[in-house]
Design a binder for this molecule. Structure first.
Ligand code: UT7
Length: 362
């Protein structure tokens, strides 16, 4: 008797894009009162990439193309594009719509939109795509996190300037998992500006100078730090409980890369196995919504993620917003399906290489 095995939406392909310009801590300390020693010891960051010519949508497109190629699916199967970003070049159209056009999917039955949930954006996008795939006829979805945070930095504010950076990551979802994704998502509105980028104020009618230039990132680092540790701890516990699992059942924990001390504190409090907590903040900085999919893509590139692996993603950010997903890595499509997704070398992301440390710093 033929039995159909139910398949659930699962991430099957990953990609990322890194702006060409690398900026070291020493370079920052040449024009602000900081030091390589302070930045490394307080944040874990050694360098980051800052875009000079790469728009948010260009980074998003490159990450998306690489993820489609990694998934091995025909690009025409992409029915949904969700892009998590707080640093679009345009208020409208959305970055997701621009990626749709760049991928040649305007005549496809694809629809696309952005999500604004700061550093939790990729997690919220994953949940959205999962639900839409389960309720509709979408065969494959792209979830992207893409940020150009450097364009919103006040370079005289050393508490934010040394942390935030640029980049994009993407994941392709297909119905290729043997278990449902498990999500935990929360927000709690914060009108006190603990982490905030103010939109430009309204411009008065008529000719005259611009009254309010675009907003910069503002952050109360200490309050954010405390919130982050408890938010990630709660999120990881919630998805484990819902799935009826223990940490021992999980291959990798991939946290939002905001500060290696935050990740270290969660790891210690929850007694997580250090060698299964992925860290790449040393070479990327904090790329907000892009940080989790960039980490996943690097892990795929360096052979750390295999089909069927069970992983926990967790993050937190402005809003406030926080959450986690317990996910199984889906089975990739057969090589025969890859033809439509091939891209030229020049289109692909710069090879990031798995160099540097990728586990907890004490
Ligand atoms: O993606 C989500 C959003 N963001 C976060 O998750 C950020 C969470 N918070 C943090 O990562 C940390 O709070 C920071 C890295 C932002 C700051 O580290 P901290 O250990 O909390 O430092 P602090 O703000 O308590 O400042 C300690 C000292 C201060 O000097 P005094 O008052 O002790 O003389 C600061 O003025 O360090 C000084 N300081 C710096 N010194 C050199 C602050 N920033 C810098 C800097 N370089 N870049």
């Amino acid at each position: 008797m033929n039995q159909t095995i139910k398949k659930y939406p699962a991430m099957t392909g990953f990609g990322h894009a890194r702006p060409a310009r690398s900026v070291s801590n020493d370079e920052l300390s040449r024009f602000m009162e900081t030091s390589d020693e302070w930045i490394r010891s307080r944040t874990g960051i050694e360098r980051r990439n800052i875009s000079e010519t790469e728009d948010t949508e260009k980074l998003a497109e490159q990450a998306a193309r690489a993820a489609i190629e990694d998934a091995g699916i025909d690009i025409q199967k992409i029915g949904l594009i969700v892009c998590a970003t707080i640093t679009s070049a345009n208020r409208s159209p959305s970055t997701a719509c621009l990626v749709q056009k760049a991928l040649g999917l305007n005549d496809n039955q694809t629809f696309a939109f952005d999500i604004s949930a700061a550093c939790s954006g990729f997690l919220f996008g994953l949940r959205t795509a999962d639900a839409m795939m389960q309720s509709g006829d979408i065969e494959a979805a792209l979830v992207i996190g893409a940020e150009n945070l450097s364009k919103f930095i006040d370079w005289s504010d050393r508490s934010t300037a040394v942390i935030f950076a640029d980049g994009a990551g993407a994941a392709v979802l297909t119905k290729s998992g043997s278990r449902p994704l498990v999500h935990f998502s929360r927000t709690a509105g914060d009108d006190e500006g603990t982490i905030r980028i103010k939109a430009r104020g309204p411009q008065p009618f008529g000719p005259g100078p611009v009254t309010d230039p675009a907003g910069f990132i503002e952050m109360n680092g200490g309050d954010t730090f405390k919130f982050a540790v408890s938010a990630m701890e709660e999120s990881v516990r919630q998805v484990l409980d819902t799935a009826g699992c223990t940490v021992g059942d999980i291959d990798w924990i991939v946290p939002h890369q905001a500060n290696s001390r935050i990740i270290g504190a969660v790891t210690r409090r929850m007694r997580l196995p250090k060698d299964r907590v992925y860290i790449n903040i040393d070479r990327w900085g904090n790329t907000s919504a892009a940080s989790i999919p960039i980490a996943l893509s690097e892990m795929r590139e360096s052979g750390k993620l295999a089909d069927g692996d069970r992983i926990i993603l967790t993050g937190f950010g402005a809003g406030f917003s926080w959450g986690a997903a317990l996910a199984e890595i889906g089975t990739r499509a057969s090589a025969s399906e890859t033809a439509g997704a091939r891209v030229s070398e020049s289109d692909g992301p710069e090879a990031a290489g798995p160099e540097g440390s990728d586990t907890i710093h004490d």
